[in-house]
Write a new protein. Sequence first.
Length: 471
Amino acid sequence: MIMSRIETHRHTDAVATGNLTDRLLAGLPVEAVLVDPDVTTSYANDMASFCPAGAPAVVVLPRTVEEVQHVMRTASELRVPVVPQGARTGLSGGANATEGCIVLSLTKMDRILEISPVDRIAVVEPGVINAALSRAVEEHGLYYPPDPSSWEMCTIGGNIGTASGGLCCVKYGVTAEYVLGLDVVLADGRLMSTGRRTAKGVAGYDLTRLFVGSEGSLGIVVRAVLALRPKPPRQLVLAAEFASATAACDAVCRIMEGGHVPSLLELMDRTTVKAVNDLAHMGLPETTEALLLAAFDTPDPAADLAAVGAVCEAAGATQVVPAEDAAESDLLLQARRLSLTALETVKGTTMIDDVCVPRSRLGAMLEGVERIAGKYGLTIGVCAHAGDGNTHPTVCFDAADPDESRRARESFDEIMALGLELGGTITGEHGVGVLKKEWLAREIGPVGVEMQRAVKQVFDPLGILNPGKLF
C-alpha cells in the first residue's frame, strides 16, 4: 500500500519529480547534490547478497540538521522516497536504494559535538565512525562499548538504525542500551527530540528505543546522546581448542552458568579458522573443530582466565592457551574480527546470517547448521558471539553458478527456520532490511505486523522513508 501511494504520486506528478534536483539545490550547496549516474549507482547497495536495489535519482550529502530538514520537506512535497544511509556496511539490504529515490547519505555529518566525563555522555552526529568515537572518549578515561566487527568503517547512525551489537555485548550490552536521546528529522521535515541527557528519565513513552533498530523507516537520526562507561583495564584473551563445536558450546553454557562475566566470549568453527589463516596467515590452530575465545577486563584478568580455562578443560577442551600480554590478545581479537571478511574469500560471495538463540540451544544451532551444509553440499562457516547465543552462519557460494546460488538461498532460509524452532530470533544485530522481510512476519505474527505497520503510518503517513524495508 505504501509503495503504491508513492508510485501513484510519482506518475501523476512527474513534472514536480523532474524538478527534484532544482528543489534540492534551493537549500543545499552544489557539492552536496550528486546526480552523475556513474556516481549515484555506487550508493545503491549495502553489503548484503540477494537484495534488490534500484537506481537513485539523486544522492544528497548534507552537513547540517537544517539541510536534512530541507531534504525531507522537499521529498514530502514531491512524494519522493528517501533512503537514509551510513557507511553501507549493513548485511540485510536495509540501506539499498529504491528506484528513483533520494539517497540521503549522512557520512558528512561526522562531528563529535561533546564528551562529558562528569555526565558520562557523548553527543555525536550520525556519520561519526564507531572506532573514532571509541578512541576519542578513551582520551577522557571513558569507554563506548558497542563494537561491531566493522567498527573501523561503520557509523553511529548506522549502528542506531540496525541496533547493532559487537564482540563485547556479552558483558556490556548492545547499542540500544547506550542511546539516551536522539534528535530526529521526521518525514515532513519537523525536528523532534527524544529521551534525555540524564542518568534517569521515564517521561512519557520511550520513543528513543522505538527509533533504535527502525532502519531509517520512522525518521532521520541527526544527533545522538550516548551513554559512556569508565574505561576498563586492558582485557586479556584466552583461546581454547575443542574437538567439536558441541563441546565448545557446552563450555559456553558452563561459563555462563558458573557466574563468570567475560568481556568477550566468541566462537570460530574450523571453516572460519582456516579462512582467517588463508587470508592473514595468523597461525591459528587448523586442527581444531572449534576455537573459543574468552576475555576478561577485570583488575585480575589472569585469575579469571585461569578459572574459565579450567571450565573449558572440564568441558573437553584439547588445549587452553591464555594470552601473555595485550599484544597477543589483540592478535586473537583481530583474527575474530577478520572472520566474515575471510569467509568471503572461500567462494567469492557470502550470505551472512545472524540468528540468535538462547545460550542453552547454541549447540543444537551449530549441529543443525552442519546438517544443513551437508544437505545442500555447501561450505557454511560459523563464527558467533557465543556468550549471547548470537550466531553468524555464513554461506559461501559462487554467485556465477545459478544452482549453487539457489542452494545458498535455500540453506539460508533453513538456518533462519532452525533458529525460530530453537526459540530464537531471525536477527540479533544485522536488522531485517530486504533480506528478512518474510521472516520478520513469521517471527512476530500477523498481529505484530499490523501493530508495527500502524506505528510506521503515524510517523511516515506518505510512506516515503526507506520504503520496502522491514515489511
